[in-house]
Design a binder for this molecule. Structure first.
Ligand code: SF4
Length: 317
C-alpha cells in the first residue's frame, strides 16, 4: 500500500474546503492549451487567458520563470495549471518542474554558504498535477531514464524506494464514459498517488476496473509499475522480467463536480450519487465539489442532499 506523506492533505484550510477547493494554491506553470475532449468546451482557463489576460490561448508558453516559486515559504498543497503533459510542453521543462518539486532547500543563507548538504531540509510541500494527457507520462519517464543524468533530485527519488516522489500526486480529468481510457493510462504510469477529477461530469460512469485494491508489479527501482488483472499476462511472465508483486489501491482519490459557468451542461444528481456509491464500495475517498440544484451551481455543502455531503481527502477519512 502507498504510504501517504503525513499531513499532505491537512494543508488545505477548512475555509477553502468549504468553498469546494481541494488544493491550497494554484500555479500557472503552462500558459495556453488545446482542447482534447468534450470537457474542454467551456474551458475556464481559456476564458481567463483570452479575456482577462488578452493572450492567444493556442500558444503554449511553459513558464520557466515560475518554476522557482515551487517549494518556497511554508508548506502548501499546490495545484499545477494548465496541462503539464500537453504535447507542446518540452520534456526538459517537465523535468525542471519535477526536480524543483523534489529539491530540498537550505535552512539559511549561512548554511548555503557553508555548503554542508547534510543541512538541507525537506520544504514539506505537496503537489497535485492534473492532466488530460496521462498517456504522455510513461514515455516521459522513459525519456528521463535514457537522457537525464542520474543525480537530479527527481532521479534520486525514482532510484530509491518507493520510487516516484510520494508528495507529487498525478490526476486525470474524466467527463464521461468516452474518457475512461485516461484512467487506464494513469494506472499504467509509475506514479505514487493517483486521483481522478470527474469535473465537469457530463455522463454516468462505471468504474469496474479502476477502483479498489489490486495487485500490481513493479521493478526494484520503482520505475516500472504495471497494474495486474486476472485476464492479463501470467505471474510468471512478470517474475521473469524481474518484477515483484505488491498490493496497492488503484485510484487513491476521486473528485466530482458539476460544470459551472453560464454555458454549463447538465450534471444529473444520480450520476454523482452512483459515482459516490462506487467509491464507497471500493473504500476510495471522494470529494463532492459542486452540484446542480434547482438550476444553479451549488457549492455550499449544507445545501447538498444529505448523502452527498462528502468532502474527503486521502488519509483523512
Ligand atoms: S485540457 Fe484543460 S486547460 Fe486544456 S483546453 Fe482542456 S480544459 Fe482547458
Amino acid at each position: 500500500m502507498i504510504n501517504l506523506p503525513t499531513g499532505l492533505f491537512d494543508l488545505v484550510p477548512a475555509s477553502d474546503v468549504a468553498k469546494g477547493k481541494w488544493w491550497q494554491r494554484g500555479i500557472y506553470l503552462v500558459q495556453g492549451c488545446s482542447k482534447v475532449s468534450a470537457g474542454c468546451l467551456n474551458c475556464w482557463s481559456e476564458t481567463y487567458e483570452t479575456g482577462r489576460c488578452q493572450r492567444d490561448f493556442s500558444k503554449i508558453n511553459p513558464r520557466w520563470d515560475r518554476i522557482k516559486e515551487l517549494g518556497r515559504g511554508a508548506p502548501q498543497l499546490w495545484s499545477v495549471w494548465n496541462d503539464l503533459f500537453h504535447p507542446a510542453v518540452p520534456d526538459g521543462f517537465i523535468i525542471e518542474v519535477l526536480d524543483r518539486m523534489c529539491s530540498w532547500r537550505w535552512p539559511s543563507k549561512a548554511a548555503e554558504r557553508a555548503g554542508d548538504e547534510s543541512a538541507l531540509v525537506d520544504p514539506g510541500h505537496g503537489y497535485l498535477i492534473l492532466t488530460k494527457r496521462p498517456e504522455r507520462i510513461n514515455p516521459w519517464v522513459d525519456w528521463v531514464g535514457e537522457t537525464v543524468p542520474g543525480d537530479t533530485p527527481f532521479n534520486v527519488s525514482m532510484e530509491s524506494p518507493p520510487g516516484w516522489p510520494e508528495h507529487v500526486w498525478v490526476g486525470t480529468s474524466v467527463e464521461g464514459p468516452e474518457q475512461i481510457g485516461r484512467i487506464e493510462e494513469l494506472l499504467r504510469a509509475p506514479v505514487a498517488g493517483r486521483f481522478v477529477s470527474f469535473e465537469p461530469l457530463l455522463g454516468g460512469l462505471s468504474l469496474d476496473r479502476c477502483l479498489g485494491i489490486c495487485k500490481h508489479w513493479k521493478s526494484k527501482d520503482g520505475r516500472n509499475k504495471i497494474p495486474w488483472h486476472p485476464e492479463d499476462k501470467t505471474k510468471i511472465h512478470y517474475k521473469k522480467q524481474g518484477l515483484v508483486s505488491v498490493d496497492y489501491k488503484k485510484i487513491d482519490w476521486v473528485i466530482i463536480g458539476a460544470e459551472s459557468g453560464a454555458n454549463r451542461r447538465e450534471c444529473k444528481i444520480e450520476w454523482v450519487r452512483d459515482l459516490v456509491r462506487q467509491c464507497k464500495a471500493a473504500d476510495v475517498p471522494v470529494f463532492v465539489k459542486q452540484l446542480h440544484i434547482n438550476g444553479k451551481v451549488e457549492k455550499d455543502i449544507n445545501n447538498f442532499p444529505k448523502d452527498l455531503r462528502i468532502r474527503e481527502f486521502p488519509g483523512k477519512g
